[in-house]
Design a protein around this ligand. Structure first.
Ligand SMILES: *Cc1c(COP(=O)(O)O)cnc(C)c1O
Length: 395
């Protein structure tokens, strides 16, 4: 039986990649902000509808360097708190901690899987310096509510938009790219994401001064145009030319890929609706209109109230027996990660804020296969496995 994984990378026809990389062999310029890097920045700026963009070697370093570029440390205490979500990939939380800041975990709205202005606001203290929400699964946060909150309390906002490549929302009658919100929004172009550059990422912003700051930070902190001047403790986070070339190729096929994902998501929705105890999170914040969705993940929630605890893991195992490999995005919660034991906890131990909704969802959700090349017959088969398993093992 063929194996079906939770995702499969988007790949252009190999001829496209050969053609695109010929230029690199001719110029012998392999990295350090070459032609392809420049071209991809320009194309993505348009596609994502953002004011400015800086490409990076991955999404994680885009997060780390964005925090550094915004100088989030509280001047008085030398540290500061960043309000964020535990229902995310571990990268989000690590980026805060690795910058010497303290993550404070807000609970999620179980229906949108995102943190909300309400869950955020109650955690704001005089030590809060920023909010780092995540647009989970390609769904979006209440961007307007969060913006109003940030203004009111004078806080920076960095969106982890790793899942929301190409997503557009409508606010005040205006259609905007999701990367245009917050002080910075970061994307991941990892192989497993909707759009990939093999490994890669980007930070998007509207404050133009961030372009040079990030440019220097991803190049060891060496000042652009003055290699004798090291202005910051930077990292090496430059996107190389082969990755940028892959991005230029994949960008030609992204809209086709999004259309295929849409058809798959709609078929799953049709097949998996009306099963008692099985639900699909609603892909819209009640206050934010999603104009263009990217169907980055296909989360399915198996109610522990209906099936008892552990059913999600059981269904995952049954699917694996049929060579269908799903993933527990996101389990464990980042505030329950082993490396943070004794510091944070989803149950409120160690003085941390409890996140019961996130904890419940982390134990009930399974993300099932979705990618542009997935056959609709396989979508039907996967849906059938779920239905049959629920019938046999469920109540
Ligand atoms: C993938 C991902 C990242 C990290 O991106 P990389 O490109 O893999 O470094 C960060 N946050 C979230 C929510 C992600 O899914």
């Amino acid at each position: 039986m063929k194996k079906i994984f939770v995702t499969q990378p988007l790949l252009p026809p190999i001829e496209d990649f050969i053609q695109e990389t010929k230029d690199i062999f001719d110029s012998k310029w392999l990295t350090n902000m070459g032609q392809k890097h420049q071209q991809l920045e320009e194309k993505l700026k348009d596609y994502l509808q953002v004011g400015g963009i800086s490409l990076t070697v991955n999404g994680h370093l885009a997060l780390e360097l964005s925090i550094q570029a915004l100088d989030l440390k509280d001047a008085k205490s030398g540290n500061g708190e960043v309000i964020t979500t535990p229902f995310t990939f571990i990268s989000t939380t690590h980026s805060i901690v690795r910058n010497g800041l303290k993550p404070v975990f807000a609970d999620i709205d179980p229906d949108t899987c995102c943190i909300t202005p309400e869950t955020i606001e109650s955690l704001i203290t005089e030590n809060t310096v920023a909010i780092m929400p995540v647009h989970v699964y390609g769904n979006v946060c209440d961007v307007e509510g969060i913006e109003a909150l940030a203004k009111k309390h004078n806080l920076k906002v960095i969106y982890d938009a790793a899942h929301t490549f190409g997503v557009q929302v409508k606010v005040n009658g205006e259609t905007r790219g999701i990367g245009s919100f917050g002080d910075v929004s970061i994307f991941s172009f990892h192989a497993t994401k909707v759009f990939n550059t093999i490994e890669g990422g980007a930070a998007c912003f509207s404050d133009e001064s961030l372009y040079r700051k990030l440019y220097n930070l991803k190049d060891f902190g060496i000042r652009y145009g003055n290699p004798d001047y090291i202005e910051a403790v930077g990292a090496n986070a430059k996107m190389n030319e082969f990755s940028a070339a892959m991005g230029l190729c994949n960008l030609r096929y992204i809209d086709d890929a999004l259309a295929k994902r849409k058809a798959i998501a709609e078929l799953y929705r049709e097949k998996l609706s009306d099963i008692e105890g099985v639900s699909l999170p609603s892909f819209n914040d009640p206050k934010t209109e999603l104009v263009k969705c990217n169907y980055a993940y296909m989360p399915v929630v198996f109610s522990s109230d209906v099936f008892g605890p552990g059913f999600r893991d059981k269904i995952m195992a049954v699917m694996a027996e049929q060579q269908v490999f799903s993933r527990k995005y996101f389990y464990p919660l980042t505030n329950d990660a082993q490396c943070y034991e004794g510091q944070f906890s989803s149950d409120g131990a160690n003085g941390s804020n409890p996140t019961p909704h996130a904890f419940k969802l982390a134990n009930e959700v399974l993300t099932i296969p979705i990618y542009a090349a997935l056959d609709l017959e396989d979508v039907e088969r996967i849906s059938e496995i779920i239905k049959q398993t629920v019938k046999q093992h469920g109540k």
